[in-house]
Design a protein around this ligand. Sequence first.
Ligand code: HEM
Ligand SMILES: *[C@@H]1O[C@H](CO)[C@@H](O)[C@H](O)[C@H]1NC(C)=O
Length: 331
Amino acid sequence: MATPKHHCTPSFIFLLFLPLLFHFNLGKGDDLQLNYYSQSCPNAEEIIKQEVTKLYDKHGNTAVSWIRNLFHDCMVKSCDASVLLETVKGRIESEKESPRSFGMRNFKYVNTIKDAVEKECPLTVSCADIVSLSARDGILMLGGPRIEMKTGRRDSDESYATVVEDYIPDHNDSISLVLSRFQSIGIDVEGTVALLGAHSVGRVHCINLVDRLYPTVDPTLDPNYADYLKGRCPTPNPDPMGVFYARNDRETPMILDNMYYKNLLGHKGLLTVDQQLVSDPTTYPYVENFATDNGYFHDQFARAVLLLSENNPLTGDQGEIRKDCRFVNSN
Ligand code: HEM
Ligand SMILES: *[C@@H]1O[C@H](CO)[C@@H](O)[C@H](O)[C@H]1NC(C)=O
């Protein structure tokens, strides 16, 4: 029996609009997939991991940088490698030049990773996925959790220097501002407290601390710890690039563990934003839980890193696959 013609029409129209449905879905983490490069570059994740490991063996703090890169890239609009672009006069103003990017380092070694990947698969693997996967691998190198991460992000053709401060909080911003920034990209209070645990590794420059030490010591700071910090930062007006030292975590500065939370409970938080996690009643219970259970901290850290890494990616035909992470392809 032949189907009357007019019955075909609705489904035909539906088919016409099908691509649009997919289009509306673009830009969500749902469009990323596990093993996105399994056909186009099967060794991509392995090559990245090898390079991250080699770099870590030579310069341990590269692993620390990959974690901060993920935050600064994904928090500002999208996980799109916009943070890696260099300033090109009249065309691009680099996010690296924002005051919030102060102290970021090891960018040149991103090229080492990208070059190794390009050699095997030219113009196939995005810089945005390198940002995410290198953070994932760096976390493991530093004793953090193993994280299964989706790929398929594409690279921006813009850097968003002028809006970085609207997304990345300052070292002394209020807890409510910090929580609302993370909430706006779908990360809840517990996830935010867990992500700040990244401050279990790395360094802070004195310029970000002296307002807690001079002219009077912040009363939420343990007095002995304050004396130690004053020894590290002896003047209220330090040379910005001058003296620096490891983080909260003097005991295990290169291990991504819950010592950060134990130190917070002991009033040895380094930045104002760190210490506030203890004084605020909405964040305090999570600090306590993470301080008593490193495995639970790692679970929550992994969950929040995934949310961060899936913030609003460019996918499909958006953006491009950069050849050199520092520059857009067409200039
Ligand atoms: C309220 C949110 C945050 C603020 C205000 C903040 C602020 C800072 C500041 C001021 C520094 C020190 C820069 C310097 O003096 O050299 C720093 C370092 C660092 N931050 Fe954050 N941060 C925040 C959240 C995060 C998150 C969510 C991550 C990652 C998941 C992260 C990872 C790092 C790392 C790894 C370092 C050490 C970098 C190094 O040693 O090279 N931060 N952060
Ligand atoms: C935070 O510290 C900066 C200096 O790093 C200072 O200019 C600013 O006024 C401080 N903000 C608050 C809210 O105290």
